[in-house]
Design a protein around this ligand. Structure first.
Ligand SMILES: [Mn+2]
Length: 382
């Protein structure tokens, strides 16, 4: 049996105001192509279908299109919620959709849902575990102490009645960490509780394959058969060096699993370029790669530049962000402040003036300064 393992679609995501819908559609088209060329028997989406709990109209339409394309090819699809999804909304019509081989597990209801598919070696059981948090799980296990994400995952996983004679696949969207290995994180994953969500990957050892979601870089979590698929599109500048892909998992007899990363190419790549403004916008540099790419630009000029973003965008229309790296930025950030006095010694007006300068890149006009003075005086009177 061959199946395609995807995760972290984040449909509807925008990066610095650039919508990713066309990139997402482009990636999905390649995935459908891979599904056909490899004659995949199933598709797994391991969470973070949408970028937010209430997705945009365009995002819902794109997901509808993706599901329809897969279902029209009579390929079963298994979907779980991730930390970005609304469990209840993702669950919409899930019972009805299961009749068309679209299996959605958005909400944990006390036990893991099992979907069984067959091939020439017998049954493969897919255990669908929606994203779980301690507070969501503890209500189902009144006699058990469930305080951490690890406790929650352990309790949920124990509801899978595993028959070790047949093949078992887990689909889950949690932060599993293997002992003795470091996983690569990305800024776009959004870690709500600063690493406290980490779960021992040892909990997964009974499964023949764990199809994981959450980490945006494709990687294994300690063992060949415990894998994060990664996102199909680069979702933050920190991912610019990643090669995005989907996983093709070939399960043969019990114990024999072969995975292959199928590469995805974007319409526009995401890159970081660094150097002096004049160099970066010179014809020689511009001609070396696609100037329509999404760029993070780091300028190393020491002197003040007039409208650097305008100049860079004049050549590279899709600059996502601009930073400076020079003598001024490499010294302490507090040097942005005009004076050397400690912050406590500054008046509220001075502090605001500096904040304004930092945020706006220019000093306040006399009129603006007058308004701020008035507001501060009113504040003092209260
Ligand atoms: Mn994600």
């Amino acid at each position: 049996m061959k199946f395609i393992h995807l995760s972290d679609l984040h449909i509807g995501k925008s990066i610095n105001g650039f919508p990713m819908l066309e990139e997402q559609r482009h990636a999905f088209n390649q995935i459908i192509g891979y599904m056909e060329s490899n004659k995949a028997d199933a598709v797994i989406i391991a969470g973070d279908v949408y970028d937010r709990a209430v997705p945009s109209v365009e995002a819902v339409k794109l997901f509808d299109w993706l599901l329809t394309q897969i279902a029209l090819r009579n390929v079963p699809i298994m979907i779980i919620s991730g930390n970005h999804d609304s469990p209840e909304r993702l669950n919409f019509a899930s019972r009805l959709l299961s009749r068309r081989d679209i299996f959605i597990s958005g909400e944990f209801d006390g036990e893991l849902r099992c979907v069984t598919l067959q091939d020439e070696y017998g049954d493969v059981r897919f255990w669908l575990m929606p994203f779980v948090k301690p507070a969501l799980v503890s209500g189902f296990f009144p006699d058990r102490r469930i305080e951490s994400y690890g406790d929650a995952a352990a309790a949920a996983l124990e509801t899978a009645r595993l028959d070790s004679n047949i093949r078992n696949v887990l689909v889950s969207h949690q932060f599993y960490t293997p002992a003795g290995a470091v996983l690569i994180r990305s800024e776009s994953e959004i870690n709500p509780i600063g690493g406290l969500d980490a779960i021992d990957a040892g909990l997964l050892k009974e499964f023949d394959y764990a199809a994981l979601g959450h980490l945006h870089r494709s990687q294994k979590a300690g063992s060949e058969n415990i894998r994060y698929a990664g996102s199909p599109v680069k979702y933050s500048i920190s991912e610019w060096m990643h090669q995005k892909s989907v996983l093709l998992v070939d399960m043969r007899e019990k114990g024999e699993v072969i995975t292959e990363a199928l590469p995805l190419t974007p319409i526009r790549d995401m890159r970081e370029i660094k150097g002096k403004l004049e160099t970066l916008i010179s014809a020689e540099i511009v001609s070396q790669a696609d100037r329509e790419d999404y760029l993070h630009v780091i300028l190393t000029d020491e002197e003040e530049l007039v409208d650097p973003m305008g100049k860079v965008r004049g050549v590279y229309p899709n600059v996502m962000s601009l930073d400076f790296e020079n003598a001024r930025t490499t010294v302490d950030l507090s040097s942005i402040r005009a004076g050397t006095e400690p912050i406590e010694a500054l008046s509220a007006f001075d502090l605001f003036s500096e904040f304004f300068l930092d945020a706006q890149g220019s000093v306040m006009s006399n009129e603006q300064a007058g308004i701020i003075r008035e507001l501060l005086e009113m504040e003092e009177m209260h």
